[in-house]
Write a new protein. Structure first.
Length: 615
């Protein structure tokens, strides 16, 4: 089969290699025609994806600049700093901090950012066993002797000490930081005692990051250090149950839930009549960290519930989607309810298998996320003054029962977004809302590509739409000239949710056809659009949809593939894109768009065609 050998661009999600925001497409047989795709998505780290291990991957940032250069600006110090010390990792990158007089002395950075933050540093006892960490007025003491221990703490959320061997510990302090300020690291003579004048400790690799846990250390220099899913990195999203990834493209969305992982710090989350307890954050969440809230029932008969109220930034009559991750504790299920006024939602979800036991408004959906976790979402219009959503711990199907102190549910990642369907998880560790910007994907360096350079060819797409709505997203994907006046376009009709095709040459409309194929969300469509003057055809999933004999003359080369423009919100999963040269008849295209049965996987297809699959 020679479809792929005759392509001038071949993007295959399972075989893509990406670096610095570029997706390197599989190289076709013809030389010098490789066309990397460039992804842009704004400047923050609010986007997430599901990685190949089935975990939600976030962007991470070490806000400490010069994270292991404590004698360099922006660090300041009232202690003596000696570099070149033996470190926890076998290097000589540790530092000795030595006081020069009695009293509290430290090395410190200054952090402007606020929100739920975790400060961490590797530390070892020197002449003293004690260290104190402080951020935003929150403090914790750490005993660096023996097996290590956390001492007195004040006003923080959590503090930990973990041995990493050879007398070294990683010490963390998590707090809800509400003001800008210093983040000092102190040697202490004893807990609460800074009287010593020559106390010393060893430190290495400091980190200051958003969230409830300290993640893997990220080295930083003159700017902050970043890791995980970066701002403009393509999101190759993997199915939870395994299999090949797809390129995830989504519209801009805003998560209106502040502190959506540290729900105790969200003043809008409240317990009803002391019927449950926000216990701790010891449950491993879908991102693989111990940062999920355990909600335990109180003793006594009745309802065991809590609620999210006074929803900020919402408008009555507007449609919103609420979503959250839930896991059973000792066999309990979960219910969500509008509470009389608020969002139109009322139902019960079985957390043993994700089945929906009740759904009064028929607007609840459930998606498994592994390890007992389910993402539950509901869509509805705000319709009341209190705008409240109530959560219940459920015994079977009953929301009123004799509770205990060991059963309940684990909760993580609550999200409220304007829209008619849930998008990927948006973490928010601040007191306000956060937004994920829309994604733009297009071939990079378009002036040098000259992908087609002729009046005819085939534009092939293998992708699935994420929603079935008619107004919000057109899923606009095109092969076009750099000036946009030449275009072969495939998109969702804004009027009736059918696949529509559109062809412009020399800035004049050649062909516009609203097909009879109604889009089913989360269903894959393989579309071949043959553009040739006098011989136009569209084939979808092996079926010839339409032919057309319109003639045209092209004014510019089709030189780039673009997955959306700034004013058109994408919402799809892209599995494969191919740009083919001319000469294919309609039967060829029917075979091309019906390839699902030919190969068991992308890897098998690429192997058969002698293309290399990269991890």
């Amino acid at each position: 089969m020679s479809f792929y050998d005759d392509s001038t661009l071949l993007f295959l999600a399972a075989g893509a290699v990406y670096k610095d925001g570029k997706i390197n497409t599989i190289k076709p047989a013809a030389p010098n025609t490789r066309a990397p795709l460039l992804v842009t998505r704004g400047s923050n780290l609010t986007a997430t994806r599901v990685d190949k291990n089935g975990l939600i991957e976030k962007g991470r940032e070490n806000l400490f600049k010069q994270s292991n250069n404590f004698n360099t600006t922006p660090w300041a110090s009232s202690v003596t700093l000696t570099s070149g010390q033996s470190g926890y990792d076998g290097s000589n990158d540790a530092w000795l901090l030595t006081k020069t007089s009695s009293g509290a002395q430290s090395v410190y950075n200054y952090i402007n950012e606020t929100g739920v933050m975790t400060m961490s540093v590797y530390a070892k006892a020197g002449s003293t066993n004690w260290m104190r960490l402080t951020q935003g007025g929150k403090t914790a003491y750490f005993d660096l002797s023996g097996s290590g221990a956390v001492g007195t703490s004040s006003n923080g959320i959590d503090q930990t000490i973990t041995s990493v061997g050879n007398g070294w510990f990683r010490c963390t302090l998590t707090a809800n930081k509400t003001t800008a300020g210093q983040t000092p690291i102190y040697p202490y003579t004893a807990e609460g005692d800074a009287s010593g004048s020559t106390d010393s400790i060893y430190i290495q690799d400091s980190q200051f990051e958003q969230g409830l846990v300290a993640t893997e250390y990220i080295e930083s220099g003159a700017s902050s250090g970043k890791g995980g899913l970066l701002e403009n990195e393509p999101r190759f999203n993997y199915p939870i149950g395994g299999g090949s990834p797809h390129l995830l493209l989504e519209p801009s969305r805003t998560n209106l839930v502040s502190n959506n992982e540290y729900l105790e710090g969200n003043t809008e989350f409240s317990i009803l009549s002391s019927s449950v307890t926000f216990a701790d954050y010891t449950e491993t969440s879908p991102d693989g960290n111990e940062n999920a809230l355990r909600v335990l029932e109180a003793e006594g008969s009745g309802s065991h519930n809590w609620y999210y109220s006074n929803l900020g930034g919402v408008t009555n009559g507007t449609t919103y989607c609420i979503s959250f991750f839930a896991k059973s504790i000792r066999g309990r299920n979960i219910s969500i309810n509008e509470g009389g006024v608020g969002m139109d939602v009322q139902g019960i979800i079985d957390l043993s298998d994700g089945s929906i036991l009740a759904d009064v408004h028929n607007n609840i959906s459930v998606e498994p996320y592994g390890n007992g976790w389910y993402r539950i979402s509901a869509v509805g219009a705000m319709n009341g003054t209190s705008q409240r959503i109530i959560f219940y711990s459920v015994d079977g199907t009953s929301t009123s029962f004799e509770g205990n102190t060991t059963s309940g549910v684990s909760l993580w990642g609550v999200q409220l977004e304007e829209g008619s369907y849930p998008t990927s998880y948006i973490p928010n560790h601040s007191g306000g809302s956060v937004s994920r910007e829309l994604e733009l994907v297009q071939t990079a360096d378009v002036s040098s590509l000259n992908l087609i350079g002729q009046n005819e060819g085939v534009f092939f797409l293998d992708y699935e739409f994420l929603d079935g709505q008619t107004a919000e997203s057109q899923n606009w994907i095109a092969l076009e000239s750099e000036n946009g006046q030449e275009r072969v376009l495939i998109y969702k009709s804004p009027s009736n949710s059918k696949i529509q095709v559109y062809h412009v040459a020399n800035n004049s409309l050649v062909f516009n056809y609203n097909t009879n194929v109604t889009i089913v969300p989360n269903t894959r469509y393989k579309i071949a659009f043959k553009y040739s003057s006098g011989d136009i055809a569209v084939v979808i999933n092996g079926s010839l949809i339409v032919t057309n004999s319109s003639t045209y003359t092209r004014g510019s080369d089709l030189s780039r593939v673009i997955f959306n423009e700034s004013n058109v919100q994408p919402s799809c999963k892209v599995h494969q894109t191919i740009v083919l040269t001319s000469g294919w008849d309609n039967l060829d295209l029917a075979i091309l768009t019906g390839l699902t049965g030919y190969y068991a996987s992308f890897s098998a297809m690429a192997t058969a065609l002698n293309y290399t699959i990269y991890e």
